[in-house]
Each structure stands twice: as structure tokens, then as C-alpha cells.
Design a protein around this ligand. Sequence first.
Ligand code: SAM
Length: 283
Amino acid sequence: MIDDLPPLREVIATHDLRAKKALGQNFLLDLNLTARIARAAGDLRGADVLEVGPGPGGLTRGLLAEGARRVLAVEKDPRCLPALAQIAEAYPGRLQVIGGDALAVDVTAHLTPPIKIVSNLPYNVGTELLIRWLTPAQWPPFWDTLTLMFQREVADRIVARPGSKAYGRLSLMVQWRAEARVVLHLPPEAFTPPPKVSSAVVHITRRATPLYPADQATLTRVIAAGFNQRRKMLRASLKGVAPDIEGHLTAVGIAPTARAEEIGLEAFCALARSVKDAGQGAA
Ligand code: SAM
């Protein structure tokens, strides 16, 4: 028991929180497990935590019990708000709940650095939120670390290395600006109701500056073109990126006959710089 609040099964019964599929609701009811996820985020004392989708509040309770200075939780389902209010009462001044859509709410005004984002994300919006957090107008972003639950397949894509099937746009966009590792694997039975697939928690630490210099828009364009047709040789898949793409590829030491999945981050950044320097970068 991590606090004096009722067990989560009781909370769910009291507030009639039957899981809704459309909201990606797969709840974690084991407070030992939510404490483990909270600990995977590192030392929470002295940090503000943003949690997207607290639901009945299992992970929220873990974050507070592990010492988070403050938790800001954004929940779309109004049915969960009374259960969350009960947690706020048990941890005076430390939990703020915003009822709304995390894709629409601006949270930054409510948070003080250092900021950690820790969430068992709704699967339908998880990747979109991750990409937003990784591609702000200004780097560094407002957050320091992300500790996020994803479907196993998405977690594999985030940490994948060149040459593997999972390697692609998501791997490159994350690893360019952050260090990512899988810290926990969870079977479907860890959730209520169990989803169809396994899950994994990924811990992502932002870099002060991207690993290799490159213009974000040009790099994104080169990577997107390369992986949109991942079976094709780069001289074909990147044809639309620049008039003399073979020249750029050769100049930075990439074989024009190579495929995107064989190319590492450093080489993609060199290619983006070559294209940009020739005045052919993305607008
Ligand atoms: N954190 C809880 C747990 O671990 O048991 C619930 C996790 S459940 C996978 C996802 C939660 O996100 C649900 O409570 C759902 O209502 C909420 N949610 C879904 N879409 C959302 C959105 N766009 N903004 C905020 N919350 C959302």
C-alpha cells in the first residue's frame, strides 16, 4: 500500500469507470507496478511531473508517493475527475488536474522546471504526443525526460538501430535529439482490460543539442522520403528531394544504391546539411 486511499478496483467500482475503448482506456491497477514505473522516471523529488491520461489515478498515486514535487494531470474523461479529486485531497497542494484533451491544452504555463513527463499514454494519441514533444519550435524543449508506456512495437521502433526491421523515421527523430531505452516490458494481463498487444515503458532523456547538426525541416524531409519507399535505393527514393541527389549522396559517403534502413543518423544529418548548403533544403 503506497497511501491511505482505497484500492483501485474499489475506486473503479465506486465511480463506475468502465473502460472505454475509444479513449484507449487500459488501466493499471497494481500499485506496486505503478510505483515501479514512477521510479523508472528517476528521482522525482524537486521535479514537476506532467501526466497525460491519469484515468483512475494508479500512476498518479505512484508519482506522488515517489516524491514528485507537483503533478499536473490532463484527463479527457470527465468520469475520472472525482477519483482524481480524492487523490488531490490526500496530497494537498501537489496534484493539479485539468479536464480536457492533452492535444489541445497548453500545459507549459502550469509547470516549473525541471519537468518530467510520465504517462501510461492512450495508444491512439501516444505517437502524436511524442512527436510534438520532440519537435518544438525551440530546442531544448520544456521537458527534461519522458517516461512513457507504448505498445511494444512502437517502443521497438523508438530504440531501433540501423539494419533492423523496426528502424525508421521514429527511431531517427527520437535518437537525434534524445537518448532512449526500454526500461520495462509489460504483458497484456498487466492492464484492465488487457489490450491485444504487449507494452513497454521507454525512458527518453533529451540531449542539450541534437547529436549531429542539421536543419530539422530538411532532415525530416530526407528521412521521410527515404523511408516512404524503404525497399528502394536512395538514389530513387530521394529523387524528389534535390535535383542532383546522387551527387549529394556520393559527397557525404553514402552509396546511391544503399537503402534508407542501412543508413545511420550521422550520415542522414550529413546528407541533410549537403542538401541545405546547396540551397535545396526544405522551406
Ligand atoms: N494512467 C492510467 C493508468 O495507468 O491506469 C490510465 C491509462 S489509459 C491507457 C489512458 C488514459 O488517457 C485514459 O484515462 C483516457 O481517458 C485518457 N485519454 C485518452 N485520450 C486522451 C486525451 N486526448 N487527452 C487526455 N487524456 C486522454
